[in-house]
Every structure is written in C-alpha cells, then in structure tokens.
Design a protein around this ligand. Structure first.
Ligand code: AHR
Length: 486
C-alpha cells in the first residue's frame, strides 16, 4: 500500500470554474443511439412521452446533463434538416451512408431533438452541415428554430406545432472537416468556416460558434485554422478516442488482459498532452485564449459486440471504461481554465455509452455512475492541488456552496492506495460518500445481471481537523462531499 499525498496549493490563484458543460453528451443518428435507444415513437408500447423513452430520460435526468450535441458527428454532414420536419408519413427516407447504409426515416428530427432537450433540461448543441449543405440551408434552419413568428421559416415551425422559438446555445460548423466532413484542407476549411459563420443569425440569444478542430495532434490543422479564422470563433474542437491499439485492432470491450487494460488507459491519458499541445499551438494566434478548447468527441472505441452490426458501434462497458471516464474528467478539470465543453461519445447504445438498451429493457453502465458521482463538480471552483506520488491516482478537488468535493480514481489493477489530502480549512462531517469499484477488471452489467457494478456508500476514510485520509481501492472511483467547518 502506497501513501499518496495531495497538497492544496497555497498560492493566490485566479478563480477557475469547472464548466458544467465538460459533462456534455453526444447523440448521433448512428446505430441504435437514437432509434430504439432514445426514440421509440408515440405509438410504441414502450412507455414514452412524445415518442421519447421515459425510462431513459428518467435515468439521464439524474446525472444533470448540461448539453447534448446532435445530429452528428459524421452524420451531420449528410443531414438536411428539412427531411426531418412535418408529418411523419411525408418525411424523406434516406440511406445513412455514414453508418452502415441503413434506412433513416427521419422520424427523429428538429422538433423531436428539442423535445428531448426539454425533457432532459439541457442546452442544445446543434452541429450544422458544411460538408454537403449550403449557407442558406444553415441560415434557414437557425431561423426555423430560433426566430419568433413572422417569417416564413418561423411560421412553418408554428404550423408544425411549436409557435415558441427554441434556443441554440452552441453551434458546430462542420465536423472532422479534414475527413468525413469534406476531406478539406485546413486553409480551405478556415475560409469556408469564415463564410458560414458570417450568416449565423442570432434571433434568440447569443450563439456560441465552434470550429472543427484537429483529430488528435494534427497541429498543421490547428495552426492554419486558428491563424485564418480564430477571431470568428468562440470554441475550437478536438476529438480524441481511446484505443487499445489502432482503429484496425481496437480490442475487445470485455475480454481483455492486463496489457490491454494498460494500453487503453495509456491512450486515454494522452488527452492531457493533446490538450496541452493544442492549447500551445492555439496560443500562438490567440495569446489571450479568447477561443476555448471544446473536446466534443471523446471516449473508448472498442470492437463492436459480436453478432451486432459493426457499423452500429455497439460495445459493452466495464469498470475499465469507468476508470477511463474518471481519469479523463480529472484531466479536463485540471485544464478547466481553457477547456470549456466536452461531449462523451455517445449517450445511449453507441461507443462509451451511459445506457444500453435491449427492446424495452435498459441497463446503466459503469460510465453512467462516474457521471453521477462527478456531477457535483459541475460549475464548482477548481481547487489547485498537486500530488507527490502515485501514477495510478488521479483526482479532482473542488469547492461549491460551502462544501469541498473530492473525487479520487485509482486505476491500478492490483494495489489499494492511501490518499491523504490536507486542506487549508477544518473539515466537517461528509454528507455524501460513494464508491464505484471493480473486483475483476472486466466487471460489467448485463441485461441478466444489471447490478454487478454500481455505486455504493463508502466509509473508508478518516478525518482529522483539516486532513482527510481516503482508502482508495484498486480499480475504483470515490467521491466525497465535505462541508467546510470553519
Ligand atoms: O462518434 C463516432 C464518430 O467518430 C463520429 O461520427 C465522427 O465525428 C468520429 O469520427
């Protein structure tokens, strides 16, 4: 057993808030992410409100989802919004060429997305089509969604059942423009971005504009797009997926060995360098960091479950995924001054999901519980701390409403560790203490055994004055909330 000491910095630092949007979600028209996962239609026997599954909404509301990105991803660049409005029987059927060529009947469209956001109580992040769309199509969509009645677009929205305008808080202009979003070169994309953003109308509040950033460490992309277009954007996106090896050898989601545990975790931890390096390149053009970094796709990407359509990206989720979610949150939170939003890929049934469904059944994944335990850090003030040991330990310490919130993640497969944190104030009695832990490294929930992995109350800590000692179990995540006593 090792002893890890986490010291609270005594230095006077400016206040950094951990944006709640770092716990954002992403739902694409991909596999069973929307259809079957979220949307069953109003006529379904599965309980729903306005076609959206009630069991899923009820579970997701508990994790305080701040923002939802839609309709893609890759699909965004083949999405034409007019296909998804009006009477269901008249909606255009297309092939989803981004994801397996299956028929997309557009029954989940603009009205259904904003109804989902309403039910979840979250902000909308709409990714518009720069790959195969037009400037006018984008401008019309924003008018349709956000303008008060009086124009042809807004009146059409009212005719389709929603007279009140909705709000678009975040707008993505392009997705992976260097690949599926048009195979553009950075200078060309930067000019296309400048042109599109010129015609983003703001009828219902400010719209935060996000440019398509690099995949990982393509710094030529970062340099050129920032150089040419940084003064026209609020956010610059970054995508990073955790892979066991490569995209051609992704590794099994459940049957993996210790080496694969380590390599997937190593890949996840690269997020830290990717953020640092991209911020460094961005700062050359934007030294005051007016443009935020937005990691609008992240998570584990493993082999699709055997027997399922490989294009649907359906994968199981183990305690390893939970450790990766917590480790990644700890990285985001450390960079909270500059990283203002992140969206895990994806919310239901796709990649590192919160929830998996089978017909009318659903299970919560280990990753879901990490979001449940980290929700207390949303919009809390980051407490600057440093650690003298323990490469397997990562943590977030924050302060909100007179309470300290401590999350500790131990990614070791073998070793428990004692973590001591010394605060600058006396600690009261914790009012929340939970652990999510694995016994085996591939522990997961199934439809037959849905409660194998779940958060549980935890009393493995001791407090003395301003110091807490936490017994951090191997393969575990712990969150404790403690009022400041004086
Ligand atoms: O999340 C799955 C896909 O990964 C997205 O559609 C795309 O943007 C990325 O390549």
């Amino acid at each position: 057993m090792l002893l890890v000491k986490v010291y609270i910095s005594e230095k006077e630092k400016e206040k950094v808030t951990i944006s709640k949007y770092l716990q954002g979600q992403f739902a694409e028209h991909l596999g069973r992410g929307i259809y079957g996962g979220l949307w069953v239609g109003k006529e379904s026997d599965i309980p729903n409100i306005n076609g959206i599954r009630s069991d899923i909404v009820e579970a997701l509301k508990k994790i305080n989802i701040p923002v939802l990105r839609w309709p893609g991803g890759s699909f965004a660049d083949q999405y034409h919004w007019r296909d998804g409005i009006g009477d269901y029987k008249d909606r255009r059927k297309i092939f989803n060429n981004s994801w397996g060529g299956v028929v997309e009947d557009n029954s989940f469209g603009t009205h259904e997305f904003f109804e989902l956001c309403r039910q979840l109580g979250c902000e909308a992040y709409v990714n518009v089509n720069l790959g195969s769309g037009t400037v006018r199509e984008m401008a019309d969509w924003i008018e349709y969604v956000t303008a008060k009645t009086g124009s042809t677009m807004a009146d059409l929205r009212a005719k389709n059942g929603h007279p009140e305008p909705w709000k678009i808080k975040f707008l993505g202009l392009g997705n992976e423009a260097w690949m599926g979003g048009g195979y553009m070169r950075p200078d060309y994309y930067a000019d296309v971005y400048r042109r599109y953003q010129t015609y983003v109308p703001e009828y219902n509040g400010d719209i935060y504009k996000i440019a398509s950033g690099p995949g990982e460490c393509d710094f030529e992309w970062t340099d050129k797009v920032m150089d040419i277009a940084h003064s026209f954007m609020d956010g610059f996106s970054l995508h990073h997926y955790s892979l066991t090896d490569t995209f051609y050898n992704k590794g099994d989601a459940v049957n993996f060995d210790e080496t694969e545990w380590g390599s997937l975790l190593y890949s996840a931890k690269r997020m830290d360098d990717l953020i640092n390096d991209n911020l460094y390149h961005m700062a050359a053009y934007d030294p005051e960091h007016k443009v935020d970094l937005v990691v609008d796709e992240w998570g584990t990407w493993l082999e699709a479950e055997k027997g399922t359509n490989p294009a649907f990206l359906y994968q199981q989720n183990t305690i390893r995924d939970a450790i990766i979610a917590a480790t990644t949150f700890n990285i985001f939170n450390k960079h909270a001054k500059y990283v203002k939003m992140a969206n895990i890929a994806q919310m239901v049934n796709v990649l590192q999901a919160m929830i998996l469904t089978k017909d009318d059944k659903m299970i919560l994944t280990p990753t879901y519980f990490v979001f449940d335990m980290y929700k207390f850090h949303q919009d809390a003030d980051l407490i600057d701390a440093y650690c003298n040991n323990g490469s397997d330990i990562s943590y977030t310490i924050s302060h909100k409403n007179g309470e300290y919130i401590i999350s500790v993640c131990n990614s070791s497969i073998t070793a428990d560790e004692d973590v001591t944190i010394k605060f600058n104030h006396k600690l009261g009695a914790p009012n929340y203490s939970k652990i999510l832990a694995g016994k085996e490294m591939n522990d997961h929930n199934t439809f037959e055994e849905p409660k194998n992995v779940k958060e549980e109350s935890y009393s493995g800590y001791s407090i003395s004055n301003n110091e807490i000692n936490i017994s951090s179990k191997k393969m575990s995540i712990i969150t404790i909330k403690i009022p400041v006593a004086e």
